[in-house]
Write a protein that binds this ligand. Structure first.
Ligand code: LLP
Length: 429
């Protein structure tokens, strides 16, 4: 066994092989798996802060607010890292709002997105004093204004505009095209802004868009910015002040030889356009999720069985689609690597699958691995949209989570027991 070049691993630079196996920061992952069991999510705090720093550098000298889209990973320990680093949060439910409160986040830096906010979620957010509601329809404007007036409040609003640009990503995660349920149509936006400005319970403060996720090119962002700035010009010409522009999230990460622009490089180009179009003085907001946490996390798993087959070999692991739903849902690729590379073993091609009773329960297909039962593997780029989308399907308790901070490791979520999974259920009399 030798030191393997860490650059070969898609993921955080904090993830690297040493003589005795794979490390994340100063933590030997095999030791963590022994201590806490598998499947186990492990996150690097340094990797999260480095990803955040790329945005902060991009916005240096600007009035900008980074609102972490916490749907990517809403574990309290992860939220604390971002709250302490000055981030706000992009939330999409009353449940997420409660998580921000529990993690000590600043409510004034919270924005509330989503097409289906309920009245009670609106009341909850108004009571908490969030910074802005990102409204997605005229009907929602009416309801929000009514709810605010009944509470004697004024709700700060931004309207999500659908810029109709193609983010060139998976159809399930592109959101800025016509035919998506999100936002209001670009051609209706001015009329809807006028309407919002006429409602007594609302105060228009901004405009927002979000065109999709796992975007690896700059052009869709530049196009979306042009379309949004066209609107800002006409909304302001109509006498409505736009205090902030929110460009959403969506920047991709490297899962498998993907090469998205770095956040600071992307923003250098976007800010140049903003300045050229005379809006450089406006407050900026962004809602990154995946790009802040995706490559900061891995999921550790143990090989249960090798199952040779006529057409395929299967490597059955103890993590499954309930822990890592992205391959089943989006045919997503996550790199899978051994915690200790066994160069003496014979390589073979495997479909890496979980124990869940579904043919869709695969984590990786046609992967070349040199493995034996009992080996431990790491599923990479597992910091975003894995634990936050995990389920209890097949009555599998959700995995534990550990945050690595240099020499220290913190258990930030205990492994769920079977009893946890049926808490709240009632037996018939
Ligand atoms: N803002 C809004 C309004 C969003 O809908 C989203 C993501 C974000 C920000 C954050 O986007 P990000 O920076 O993470 O790309 N489960 C899928 C991704 C769904 C994204 C949903 N919206 C996946 O695993 O690929």
């Amino acid at each position: 066994m030798n030191t393997t070049a860490s650059t070969a691993l898609p993921g955080a630079p904090q993830l690297a092989y040493r003589q005795d196996g794979l490390y994340l920061e100063a933590a030997r992952l095999d030791d963590l798996a022994s201590q806490y069991g598998t499947p186990l999510f492990v996150y690097s705090k340094a990797a999260m802060l480095a990803a955040l720093a790329a945005y902060q550098q991009g916005f240096a000298g600007r009035d900008a607010q980074i609102c972490y889209a916490m749907k990517a990973n809403s574990s309290l320990g992860v939220l604390q890292v971002f709250a302490r680093a000055g981030c706000g949060f992009d939330i999409v439910s009353g449940g997420e709002l409660e998580r921000v409160l529990a993690a000590g986040g600043d409510m004034r830096k919270v924005i509330f997105s989503g097409v289906g906010k309920t009245r009670s979620e609106m009341r909850q957010a108004l009571t908490a004093g969030i910074g802005c509601f990102n409204v997605e329809s005229e009907a929602e404007l009416d309801v929000l204004s009514g709810v605010a007036l009944a509470m004697g409040r004024i709700a700060p609003v931004s309207i999500r505009v659908n810029p109709n640009v193609d983010p060139k990503t998976h159809p399930y995660i592109s959101t800025g095209l016509k035919g998506n349920k999100f936002g209001v149509a670009h051609e209706d936006a001015l009329r809807i802004y006028r309407y919002a400005a006429s409602l007594a319970g609302l105060q228009v403060v901004g405009i927002d868009c979000h065109i999709g996720s796992q975007i690896t090119e700059t052009t869709p962002y530049l196009d979306a910015m042009d379309r949004i700035l066209d609107l800002v010009d006409s909304i302001e010409a109509a006498g409505i002040t736009i205090e902030h522009i929110d460009f959403g999230g969506g920047l991709g990460i490297n899962y498998n030889q993907d090469a998205p622009p770095a956040a600071d490089a992307l923003w250098q180009e976007l800010l140049a356009k903003l300045d050229a179009r005379g809006h450089g003085g406006k407050k900026l907001m962004v809602e990154p999720g995946r790009s802040l946490v995706g490559n900061a996390g891995v999921c550790l798993t143990e090989v249960l069985y090798l199952k040779p087959g006529e057409q395929k070999n299967f490597c059955v692991i103890d993590a499954a689609m309930n822990d890592l739903p992205r391959p089943a849902m989006y045919q997503a690729f996550h790199a899978i690597v051994p915690l200790e590379p066994h160069r003496d073993r014979q390589q073979a091609s495997y479909d890496v699958v979980g124990p869940v009773c579904e043919s869709g329960d695969w984590i990786g297909r046609d992967r070349t691995l040199a493995v034996a039962a009992g080996d431990r593997l790491a599923v990479l780029s597992a910091g975003a949209y894995c634990m936050s989308m995990a389920s209890n399907y097949n009555t599998r308790g959700r995995a534990a989570e550990v945050l690595v901070d240099g020499e220290q490791t913190h258990l930030i979520r205990e492994r769920e027991t079977a009893a946890d999974t049926f808490r709240g259920e009632k037996l018939l009399p």
